[in-house]
Design a binder for this molecule. Structure first.
Ligand SMILES: Cc1cc2nc3c(=O)[nH]c(=O)nc-3n(C[C@H](O)[C@H](O)[C@H](O)COP(=O)(O)OP(=O)(O)OC[C@H]3O[C@@H](n4cnc5c(N)ncnc54)[C@H](O)[C@@H]3O)c2cc1C
Length: 321
């Protein structure tokens, strides 16, 4: 990272995975950071995340590749520290289309083609590899604590106008997820992709992840974490319903059990819904029109965790540029 010239007072708006990672990187560079958010980390979309390092409904570009690679490298290092909640897990991504996107495998050291004998019915092929799986409640708590150790201050309130921050801030980072465009007022291109998941107790002792995005009955993924398993899912664009749909949950679980039969004996702990902050491209840039530097960092779709540390590093680079 470039060396810091002078410490700044930086306000980060947002305490999801993007805001916390960014606050951590800025504070590590010596900046005085405060995070303002109206949802605590465990109540954000980030806390709903599955959360596997895997690009999904997010920007696919050379610029995003850098964010992916940097984040993977960081999570691999964090997986050596048990209290982070980060583990490296093997698993497979089922392919049902000839043009399946395998770009993720470029980053993964042990990526391989799966033995056709192991494919579910109707699948054309599958790729496998070892990637980070993050137990989000543990991880978000750990990350917030790391921020606090670095001196980051936390405030809970809603920001409606960036001008109210000017007197106390030399720079502002807008890491507000789905509400990024609304707060800045110059961007109408963020839209929700609704995701519903089920959290099961991991009494089956599963470790391998499984994903089957193009399953004929709908997206299916099974992400075993430390002591629970996230079963998904749905990906409905422009749907803002935050209520759990019971029939959707029944269908999702049936689908997952048909592919991973060990799930049948696992107790349902919880149902969750979140709105992925989708955008054609991640907005990661200086925003003009303010008296102080304002940097936008939102629009990560279904890959916010996967792109988090790369995004945070890019924000530091933008601030120093
Ligand atoms: C079901 C589901 C499964 C997913 N699985 C994965 C996965 O496996 N891997 C992966 O990488 N990603 C996954 N995602 C996507 C990931 O969760 C998101 O991309 C990520 O959480 C976005 O993080 P964020 O910090 O930008 O936003 P959020 O987590 O939504 O945080 C936004 C923050 O901004 C604050 N805020 C917003 N506006 C204001 C305001 N005006 N004033 C004050 N505070 C404000 C909020 O209070 C909140 O603290 C999944 C998402 C869903 C829904």
């Amino acid at each position: 990272m470039p060396e810091l010239l002078a410490p700044l007072n930086v306000t980060v708006i947002g305490a999801g995975v993007i805001g916390l990672s960014t606050a951590h990187e800025l504070a590590s560079q010596g900046h005085r950071v405060r995070v303002i958010s109206d949802q605590e980390p465990l109540h954000t979309v980030s806390a709903v995340s599955a959360a596997i390092w895997f690009p999904y409904h997010s920007e696919n570009s050379p610029a995003a590749d850098i964010l992916l690679a940097r984040t993977l490298e960081r999570f691999e290092a964090l997986s050596l520290i048990p209290e982070t909640g980060v583990d490296l897990r093997f698993g497979m991504d089922v392919e049902r289309r000839a043009d399946a996107d395998r770009s993720w495998t470029r980053h993964v050291a042990d990526a391989a083609i799966v033995d056709p004998a192991l494919l579910p019915d109707g699948a054309l092929s599958a790729t496998s590899g070892t990637v980070p799986v993050i137990t989000m409640p543990t991880y978000l708590d750990w990350l917030q604590q790391q921020c606090q150790h670095l001196g980051v201050q936390f405030e809970q309130r809603t920001i409606t106008d960036l001008d109210e921050l000017g007197a106390h801030s030399d720079a502002v980072v807008v890491a507000t997820g789905i509400r990024g465009g609304e707060l800045l007022g110059d961007d109408h291109s963020v839209y929700p992709i609704r995701g519903q998941v089920i959290r099961l107790a991991n009494t089956a002792g599963l470790t391998d992840w499984f994903s089957d995005d193009d399953h004929p009955q709908g997206v299916c993924y099974v992400i075993p974490r430390r002591d629970d398993i996230i079963v998904g899912g749905t990906d409905v664009a422009h749907d803002t319903n935050l209520e759990v749909d019971e029939q959707t949950a029944i269908d999702m679980l049936d689908r997952a059990i048909s592919l991973v039969p060990q799930l049948a004996d696992c107790e349902v702990l919880e149902h969750k819904v979140g709105l992925r902050p989708a955008r054609e491209t991640i907005r990661l840039e200086h925003v003009a029109g303010y008296g102080i530097p304002v940097i936008a960092a939102y629009g990560h779709g279904g890959g916010g965790v996967t792109l988090s540390w790369g995004t945070a590093r890019r924000v530091v680079e933008l601030l120093n540029s």
